[in-house]
Design a protein around this ligand. Sequence first.
Ligand code: RTP
Ligand code: MG
Length: 148
Amino acid sequence: MEKTFIMVKPDGVQRGLIGEIISRFEKKGFQMVGGKLMTIPRELAEQHYTEHKERPFFGELVQFITSGPVFAMVWAGDGVIATARQMMGKTKPADADPGTIRGDFGITVGKNIVHGSDSPESAEREIALFFKDEEQVDYKKLVDEWIY
Ligand code: RTP
Ligand code: MG
């Protein structure tokens, strides 16, 4: 099953949006297979954002993402990588459509609430950076056996 890495950034945690974001992915029908509240060590932040290391905002980006707790998750489902990006909306909240997470809750590009992997390669790399195999739970939904 396809998997992606989704993270509620420090601004999303501070604003009490962990539940809202989890709820959107749950209601869509995807499955959370890993999740934890954590403060990202500087070295991990630099690895995670390595593609941006030459960009002028890199220092600020690493500073912000390490500034307070994040909620890191792995979500599974068909097409979850691209669909999660659609549900998050464009990077700049001003360009993000209403109905998307950034469109509904974000204002500035540096504090845009949520991160999601942008390709299968990024998803694999980011999941491996943040989650050990034993932190990912493989389970079947049994609800069909419980309600009719
Ligand atoms: P993300 O990686 O966080 O899911 O966001 P993204 O793919 O939509 O955007 P990306 O280009 O990967 O940029 C990563 C994060 O860097 C911050 N950023 N700041 N000051 C700036 O001009 C600027 N540009 C990007 C954003 O927080 C963006 O999410
Ligand atoms: Mg990105």
